[in-house]
Structures are given as structure tokens and as C-alpha cells.
Design a protein around this ligand. Structure first.
Ligand code: FNR
Length: 357
């Protein structure tokens, strides 16, 4: 039938997914103030797993207290969090789904009011949305945070996650290092693309070392930053080749940083499939060696099939589409298109309501 292509199995590294749909990470502020999973968060995730999506990526999950970005955000920065995370992964597995954790550090895009400690970044440049001067990270800080990503990955594996996603997008710490817009360092972590890639790749290598050769590791990036002097798709095409050379198993294409916020949560005013061309460019640059996942304003199944058939991307992220209707994949599969509760692309303030809840 028409949408069969979307329900083919796909592989990310050694992991087989039952279809091409991914739920991208979405902070919903349902966890506890010190990062514990709650029954409410499990219920929200379980409902989407039940709805048939191939894999769910948790919301941004902080690997170190200095990187906590939101008040009731999921954490993976200490061993005490593992039992809760086990319940979360078990719930998804009971529903026949897969789940990855998004390993995250906010860098300059958080505040000491949220973290309870000084914030830090590659360079002492405040994010205008926060207005707080971050500390310039020393080499010791860099080593500590790379270690924290590794520890996060170890806990993820212990907790039964099927994969990890390294959050290298949306202007958070890893993205800050890669970007000439937020990284003005004059040491080996700044300057040329190779130097700016050093911290992101150190994280990738540490995570790979900890999880071993067979565990799926994917990387989320902003293919373009949409700010003057920021990353362009030419930079991120070259960087994607480095990721594949460093054994990343899938690339999840998004876009934007806080200063270009309209491109993180593309509102109804932004065309559907806004990042599809960037995903296609990255897929071509890496010779389609690993799957490329495309996100943002994808809600029309005809467009989804077209993207996959044209070889522009291998997997489709459906974020707000799944917030609007957790059963979207099952309804599409069984031909109940009329029953799908449609996403309006946040022109009804639904994100505001969610974040305020
Ligand atoms: C997001 N997004 C996001 N992205 C990310 O990498 N980590 C995160 O924690 C979040 N948090 C988040 C919260 C909420 C409420 C929304 C709506 C979005 C971005 C998200 O993963 C996705 O890229 C965008 O929502 C665009 O895709 P959709 O929703 O149009 O399919």
C-alpha cells in the first residue's frame, strides 16, 4: 500500500527498528527537580511506544549538573537515577518499542538559576536569551565533561536503553564548540573546523569507548545555525564525514540555535520539511553510509514517503505529530488516516502550555 515504505525495517548499527519513524527528543518538564523519572514521564513515553513509533529518543537528559537546562528535566548524571531509567526502558520494551537517551549539556544556553552552579561554555560569550556570562572552560573542565558524557553512556547501557543520541544540535554545549559563532578559543579546541570538532569528537570517542563497538550511537546536529558567522551546511557536511569515520551509526538532522529559535521549533509559518534538503546534502556527503534521520514539521505522510523514496533521508522524526496523536504510526499503518488527530504546528500555543505544565 501507499505508505508501506514507511513501515519497512531499518537498521541503526546492529539495532533493527520496526519502521522508519522516530520520536525526537522533546523536553516536557515532567521529571523531578533532580532529574528522576516520574510516573507521569513514563506514562507519556509509554503512550507513544504503544502508538507504534519505531524508536523514541528521551528528552534532553543532562550528563552533568552544570549542564541542566530545564527545571524538571530528565537526568543521567548520577547512578541513583538508574533504577528509574530502568522502569522507563522497561515500559517501552513492554510495548514493543525501542528507546534511546539524548545525552545533553546546556553550556551557555542555560542559567545558574537552573543548574545551581556557574555555567560554562567554550568561550565567555553570553547567550542573549539567558544574559549570563559563562565561564570559559579550562582543559580540566573539558576533560571532566567528556568523562561525564562517558558516564552518562555507561548508565544508559546499564538502564537498558537500546541506543544513545549525542545532542550536538540547537546551540547547546557540543554545538557551541563546533561553531565559529560561539567558539572563539585560541587553543587546540578553537579556530579551524578540525579544532572546533575536537571536543564533539572527543565526546563521540569517549561514548564509543564506554558502550563498546556494537552499541548504536547516533548524533543530532543543527546542519545550519541561521546566525551570521555560524555553521553552514558546508561545514556540517565535512563534520558528518568525521562523525561516520568515528563510528557514529546515524545522523539526526535538525537546525538552529537559541538566537535563531524559530528554527529549533519551526512554527506553522515555516514550510513543512524545512530541513529535508540539508538532510539530503548530508546523506550525499557521507555516501549514505549510515542512516540519516530528518526532523521538523513533518506531518504529511505523502511528503514522508516522497522523502524516503527520493533518498533524501532514511528515517522520519515526528515530534509534535506524536504529541498531537501518540497513535499516529498505528493509525497510518492500518489506514485510519481520518482518525489522526492533526498537529497544528504550534499555532495554538501548545508548546507554551506544555512547557508551563
Ligand atoms: C523540542 N525539541 C528538542 N530537540 C532536542 O534535540 N532536544 C530536546 O530536548 C528538545 N525539546 C523540545 C521540546 C518541545 C516541547 C518541542 C516541541 C521540541 C525539538 C524537537 O526534537 C523537534 O526537532 C522539533 O519539535 C521539530 O519537529 P516537529 O515537532 O515539527 O516534528
Amino acid at each position: 500500500a501507499k505508505y508501506d515504505k514507511l513501515f519497512e525495517t531499518v537498521k541503526i548499527g546492529s539495532m533493527v527498528l520496526k519502521n522508519r519513524f522516530i520520536q525526537p527528543p522533546m523536553v516536557v518538564n515532567y521529571c523531578s527537580s533532580d532529574g528522576h523519572v516520574t510516573d507521569r514521564y513514563i506514562a507519556y513515553i509509554r503512550a507513544r511506544a504503544k502508538g507504534g513509533v519505531g524508536m523514541i529518543v528521551t528528552e534532553a537528559t543532562y550528563v552533568h549538573s552544570s549542564g541542566k537546562g530545564f527545571i524538571n528535566e530528565l537526568g543521567i548524571y548520577k547512578d541513583e537515577l538508574i533504577p528509574g531509567l530502568k522502569k522507563l526502558t522497561a515500559a517501552v520494551h513492554e510495548e514493543g518499542g525501542k528507546i534511546a537517551v539524548q545525552l545533553y549539556h546546556g553550556g551557555r544556553q542555560t542559567s545558574s538559576a537552573t543548574t545551581g552552579m556557574p555555567i560554562m561554555a567554550p568561550s565567555p560569550i553570553p547567550c542573549p536569551f539567558v544574559g549570563e556570562m559563562p565561564k570559559e572552560m579550562t582543559e580540566e573542565d573539558i576533560r571532566e565533561i567528556v568523562e561525564a558524557y562517558g558516564e552518562g553512556a555507561r548508565r544508559a547501557k546499564d538502564a537498558g536503553f537500546d541506543a544513545v543520541e549525542i545532542h550536538g544540535a540547537h546551540g547547546y554545549l557540543i554545538n557551541q564548540f563546533l561553531s565559529p559563532y560561539s567558539n572563539k578559543r585560541s587553543d587546540e579546541y578553537g579556530g579551524s573546523l578540525i579544532n572546533r570538532a575536537r571536543f564533539p569528537l572527543a565526546v563521540v570517542q569517549k561514548v564509543r569507548e564506554i558502550v563498546g563497538p556494537d552499541f548504536p550511537v547516533q548524533y543530532r546536529m543543527s546542519a545550519e545555525e541561521y546566525v551570521e558567522g555560524g555553521l553552514t551546511v558546508e561545514d556540517t557536511k565535512a563534520f558528518s564525514i568525521m562523525l561516520v569515520d568515528n563510528s557514529v551509526n546515524a545522523i539526526h538532522v535538525s537546525g538552529g540555535v537559541y538566537e535563531s529559535a524559530a528554527y529549533i521549533l519551526p512554527p506553522a509559518a515555516i514550510p513543512q520539511g524545512v530541513y529535508v534538503n540539508n538532510a539530503a546534502a548530508i546523506r550525499e556527503a557521507i555516501g549514505a553510509k549510515v542512516p540519516v534521520i530528518v526532523a521538523a514539521r513533518l506531518k504529511n505522510p505523502d511528503m514522508m514517503v516522497e522523502i524516503v523514496e527520493a533518498g533524501k533521508a532514511d528515517m522520519i522524526s515526528i515530534g509534535r505529530t506524536l504529541l498531537a496523536d501518540p497513535e499516529f504510526p498505528n493509525k497510518l499503518k492500518t489506514g485510519k488516516l481520518e482518525d489522526i488527530r492533526k498537529c497544528t504546528g504550534c499555532n495554538q500555543g501548545c508548546v507554551d502550555r506544555l512547557l508551563a505544565a
